[in-house]
Design a protein around this ligand. Structure first.
Ligand code: TXA
Ligand code: MG
Length: 342
């Protein structure tokens, strides 16, 4: 199969029309969102959804998010609408928040991976919203990477992973958030944060009060522990090198990273914060942004994980409040939870 890339900046109507036609015909299309690129297909068509799993090499026990453009679609896809969903959608949709609730009978089992629940999200990206409107369907879409690798934040990343496996990529430029949406389950009381993202725990709690945190956000699942979200048990964000995370007081972190860099005898690269970058002069490093602004660190993270050309990537840990929780969740998972505190 030949994979076509169409530039979809400025809401190019022909790009969106081509994508919607393919989706309606049961094919897959990669498209930009504000978080990462998604690989979409008709979420009500089992055959179309099966093509997503095949293109990504995704385990079939890992359910998909249905993307919608209108809150009224949630009424069709969930059994009913909990009050918390209305409150959160009013504040955060369209936006990087995925909500999980009991699925209506029309949602195919393959989308839910046989769970009784379904995840819904309304992306905050004009190209995605135009495409969803033109297709007139809920669109199942995981991140458009091959399973296990870092999520794609540009059309070129999607091409690297899925060239020849899908017919079309809509190129909408770089995704400005750069990590996947926050996932909140509304099936528990209080709701449970299953994956942290740009919509932070603090932002959600300001709307609906205290929420629970999945125990698997910053540490691996314990033996025998059932994941609250199937994605938690799969390896994620794995670059082609080993990753180690050093956390603690910033200057001690820099000192330990320099020590590991010099002792390792391997080709090392450092993912630096702007504050610590001066400590790494003469070494191979990339500055991701300021520790005071985790959103920038998140935006640059997956490009670095994809580009890292080294044996050992040494990463600085940061504070886990606000968007720092999402950053540390991705970094620790990329490292297979190989972390050290100094
Ligand atoms: O930002 C995003 O959410 C992107 C863009 C494309 O929208 N999508 C995305 O999808 O990251 P994916 O499939 O890569 O990650 C979805 C995660 C998986 O870990 C999956 O296990 C979990 O959501 N998930 C989906 N449905 C679920 C459900 N019913 N219950 C629990 N977890 C669910
Ligand atoms: Mg993914």
């Amino acid at each position: 199969m030949v994979t076509q890339i169409i530039t979809a900046y400025n809401n190019s109507p022909s790009a969106v029309t081509a994508a919607a036609a393919l989706l309606r015909a049961g094919e897959c299309v990669a498209f930009p969102t504000e978080t990462v690129y998604g690989l979409g297909a008709n979420g009500l068509d089992e055959g179309a959804v099966a093509k997503i799993f095949a293109a990504k090499g995704r385990p079939n026990d890992n359910p998909l998010i249905l993307h919608i453009h209108d809150f009224a679609q949630a009424e069709q896809l969930w059994t009913d609408i909990p009050e918390t969903a209305k409150q959160l959608a009013a504040v955060f949709w369209p936006g990087p928040l995925t909500l999980i609730y009991t699925a209506a009978p029309c949602v195919p089992a393959i989308v839910r991976a046989n769970l009784p629940t379904v995840a819904l999200r309304m992306p905050d990206n004009e190209i995605a919203l135009h495409m969803l409107r033109a297709a007139g369907l809920p669109i199942a879409a995981p991140s458009a990477n091959s399973s296990g690798s870092p999520s794609p934040t540009s059309a070129a990343h999607v091409m690297d992973d899925l060239n020849g496996r899908i017919p079309l990529i809509l190129d909408g430029g770089a995704c400005h958030i750069g990590i996947e949406s926050t996932i909140l389950s509304l099936c528990t009381a209080p709701p449970t944060l299953l994956r942290p993202g740009a919509i932070t725990r603090e932002m959600i709690e300001a709307v609906i009060g205290e929420i629970g945190l999945s125990p698997a956000l910053l540490s691996p699942l314990q033996q025998g522990e059932t994941p609250q979200s199937p994605g938690q048990k799969h390896r994620h964000y794995a670059p082609n090198c080993k990753v180690k995370v050093i956390s603690g007081e910033p200057s001690a972190v820099a000192a330990r990273i320099c020590e590991l860099y010099e002792q390792s005898g391997q080709r090392c690269h450092i993912a630096a914060t702007a504050e610590n970058a001066p400590h790494y002069t003469g070494k191979q490093y990339t500055t991701l942004g300021s520790r005071g602004n985790p959103a920038t660190l998140c935006a640059n993270l997956f490009s670095l994980l994809r580009a890292a050309d080294c044996d050992l990537l040494l990463m600085e840990g940061i504070d886990t409040s606000g968007a720092g929780l999402a950053y540390m969740n991705r970094v620790l998972r990329a490292a297979g939870f190989d972390g050290e505190r100094v």
